[in-house]
Design a protein around this ligand. Structure first.
Ligand code: HEC
Length: 305
């Protein structure tokens, strides 16, 4: 249980670090952009940016805000006001992917794999359908699966969104005091939270999203290749040491250090194998010769050579 939290803690730190790095590079790039829109946001005109003195003065739109304390407990029952507010935020931010009617069929989501969630079907959710899990999704995103973080929306907006989503189907799990309490505790909402800078977060998330999507697509193609040749002895070796092929290949796709280094590949097998889609003791299952064969095979799958 503890390790589980550690893992998510680490992911969160990574996302924050990525936001800072990308936000900085965005700021650095600012003088070069003109009045066009980037990621749907009108960008400050070149001259305005040049004229102002400091970096912060260049970017009046991106200042972080302090969101007022949120009364989480009132979400124990939904009101028409919450649903109305949620609906308008949904239409602006979510319908493009999740569809006007929440069926996961928005135009922007058509090319995504996996598809945006259909809110009329409660099966197979990645995080889950409870208010706690939906809040987590909106806070952290599921960026490696194409769902961005909406941490830049005030907590109240996010809760209203959830209230609206819940109207698509009567079967959503009931909201309980305990769940609301846990959201409150985890994100200290009654205290009021510091909201991240809006534009960089949004842009950064889009970039993370794109990067992850290409990894996803690459991995999906490799999975197809491996499964199509599963009688091949190298493919059989790979299938033999993985419990979740997609996950394992995603881990490999994110760390290229192993491509020319067999020892680094073994390290990947041995590091948190179950979490990473490998079988426990995967590296012990292979002879030295098999390991070399698998290394060559994986390198060919990822690099074509
Ligand atoms: C760029 C397209 C896109 C946009 C915009 C988008 N989503 Fe998603 N969303 C996705 C995808 C893709 C998934 C599926 C992720 C998965 O299968 O794990 C998803 C999944 C979800 C889930 C289910 C998570 C789970 O546990 O399976 C929720 C809830 C959600 N989105 C809410 C929202 C809300 C609310 C908004 C607007 C504030 C929004 N999404 C905007 C693409 C999008």
């Amino acid at each position: 249980m503890k390790d589980y939290f550690k893992f998510y803690g680490a992911v969160y730190i990574f996302i924050i670090a990525a936001i800072i790095v990308m936000g900085t590079s965005y700021i650095n790039d600012l003088p070069n952009v003109t009045k066009e829109k980037i990621g749907g946001f009108p960008v400050v005109a070149k001259d305005t940016a040049k004229d102002s003195a400091g970096v912060t003065a260049d970017l009046p739109m991106i200042k972080g805000t302090l969101s007022p304390p949120t009364d989480v407990m009132k979400y124990i029952s939904s009101t028409p006001e919450m649903v109305d507010k949620g609906k308008s935020i949904y239409t602006m931010n979510c319908a493009s992917c999740h569809g006007e009617q929440g069926k996961g069929d928005g135009v922007a989501g058509a090319s995504l794999n996996p598809k945006p969630r259909n809110f009329h079907d409660l099966n197979g959710w990645t995080n889950g359908t409870s208010i706690t899990m939906m809040y987590k999704t909106l806070q952290e995103g599921i960026t490696n699966r194409g769902m961005a973080s909406y941490a830049n929306l005030p907590p109240e907006d996010r809760l209203n969104l959830i209230m609206y989503i819940r109207t698509f189907l009567p079967d959503y799990p009931a909201v309980t005091q305990v769940q609301l309490d846990s959201i409150d505790q985890k994100y200290s909402l009654t205290k009021g939270v510091k909201m991240p800078n809006q534009i960089p977060v949004k842009l950064a998330m889009e970039k993370i999203l794109q990067q992850n999507l290409t990894v996803d697509q690459k991995v999906a193609n490799i999975v197809k290749t491996v499964k199509a040749n599963n009688t091949d002895s190298s493919a059989a070796l790979l299938l033999g040491i993985t419990s979740n092929l997609t996950k394992a290949l995603t881990v490999l796709a994110q760390d290229s250090g192993w491509i020319n280094n067999e020892a680094a590949l073994i390290k990947i097998f041995d590091n948190n194998p179950v979490q990473n889609g490998f079988k426990a003791r995967a590296s012990y299952m292979l002879s030295a010769r098999q390991l070399t064969q698998l290394h060559v095979y994986l390198r060919r799958l990822f690099t074509g050579i």
